[in-house]
Design a protein around this ligand. Structure first.
Ligand code: NI
Length: 198
């Protein structure tokens, strides 16, 4: 039955998303006090939600929350965007110059216009990022993000992707992650810590 198959597929997707989140958490737990070499960096030429050119320097000069997702995402991305909205709201002025980045792992569908509408509901601190598949691949690879196209029935597809939010310091370096489903208190503590060291 198509419904049952779709149900099983969804379950498998969730398992993969959870596995990716756990993998990212393990990285966080086992990292030392300094930023981890090997995650982050890289060079890429992308465009923001206003159509302006951006590159790796977008992550330098202020602490950032970096998330990889796609606007057609049925669950993980909308949930994470709602969480980010809450975090920014709770931080208020304490957020300082903190920025949030939503980088598309589905650039062929995620136009700047589409992403603009998507992130504008979260906060004016959010920057939506898309670009060519080739350049998106570079940032995805630099941040060791898992992103994979999963065919659905018909011509449709979804994306299976890392669900964690990366904490990035003002030098553009990886400082840790907020796992998918992390409690608001713990997430806010991590973000406050990021702001204090940036
Ligand atoms: Ni998603």
């Amino acid at each position: 039955m198509a419904e049952a198959r779709l149900g099983r597929l969804r379950l498998m997707l969730w398992a993969a998303v959870v596995a990716a989140a756990v993998a990212a958490s393990v990285i966080y737990v086992t990292r030392g006090p300094d930023s981890v070499p090997g995650i982050g960096g890289g060079t890429y030429s992308l465009i923001d939600h206003n159509g302006n050119a951006v590159d790796q320097s977008m992550l330098v000069g202020q602490p950032s929350l970096l998330f990889f997702g796609f606007t057609h995402c049925p669950d993980v991305c909308p949930t994470t965007m709602a969480e980010m909205q809450l975090w920014f709201e709770q931080l208020g002025d304490d957020a300082g110059d903190l920025k949030g980045f939503f980088v598309s792992v589905d650039p062929s569908r995620d136009t700047p216009e589409l992403i603009k509408g998507y992130v504008s509901f979260v906060s004016d601190r959010m920057v939506g990022v898309t670009g060519t598949q080739e350049e998106i691949d570079k940032i995805v690879s630099a941040w060791k993000v898992f992103a994979e196209k999963v065919p659905l029935e018909g011509d449709d597809y979804t994306m299976n992707h890392t669900a964690s939010v990366f904490l990035v310091n003002d030098r553009g370096e990886f400082e840790g992650v907020i796992s998918y489903g992390e409690s608001t208190d713990i997430a806010l503590n991590k973000i406050r810590n990021l702001i204090s060291i940036s």
